[in-house]
Write a protein that binds this ligand. Sequence first.
Ligand SMILES: Nc1nc2c(c(=O)[nH]1)N[C@H]1C(S)=C(S)[C@@H](COP(=O)(O)O)O[C@H]1N2
Ligand SMILES: [Mo]
Length: 232
Amino acid sequence: MKPNEEETADERMRKMSRRSFLWGAAAVGATLGGLRWLNTRPTEDGAIWPLRRVLQTNEEVARTLFSANRLAPTFPQARITEQRVNGMLGLDDNFDPQNWKLHVEGLISGEAVLSLQDIKALPKIEMTTELKCIEGWSVITSWAGARLSDFAKKYPPVARGEAPNNFPEYVGLSTPDKNYYVGLDRQSALHPQTLLCYEMNGEPLSLEHGAPLRLVIPVKYGIKHLQRIGTL
Ligand SMILES: Nc1nc2c(c(=O)[nH]1)N[C@H]1C(S)=C(S)[C@@H](COP(=O)(O)O)O[C@H]1N2
Ligand SMILES: [Mo]
């Protein structure tokens, strides 16, 4: 390299680092300004509104990914994968499935205490679908159970507003010990692939997968597939 070329390169580097220093200073300023701006915003539903918008955007992304208007893909039985055990919150060891009951609240008839036979009396639906965990893995599983929408027809909840959109806006489900719970929007709850499942890959549901009854909702991530439903 000739000395003058070296100079040029040197000079260019100096300019570049001066420029990136200026950009860096601007970025730090913008961040501090941004934080100050964030902290002075009013709140919406208990969250600073720009953060609330991010939550809303995340929910919208999830809704478009798994549209409740469409069916989640189904697979031939040959595609069933090796199963994984994940998430044991609310699945305490000294649980006796023989004494299990499903407690249902908010019905027109008041409350109901149901047995597994009551669930099995509803039309039996079988489907092979994918469970996607937000941790980045997924499994394909064959399920059997009753549609939550068929359940709601037989055990109608207290109406909110005018028919036909008078189904409660949200449904909550929890484990018998209340240590794990999920909330479902109306559209996902009444989706035809949302099942109260008692069989997995042709066998009665095992304790480690949520026996005697679990939720399977392929339009949502695994996190919503509540195992061991105690209260609805
Ligand atoms: N009761 C209960 N249900 C649960 C969880 C949990 O921790 N407790 N974890 C959820 C998560 S994050 C996933 S991915 C699925 C995993 O279901 P599987 O173990 O049957 O594959 O269960 C869901 N249901
Ligand atoms: Mo998960």
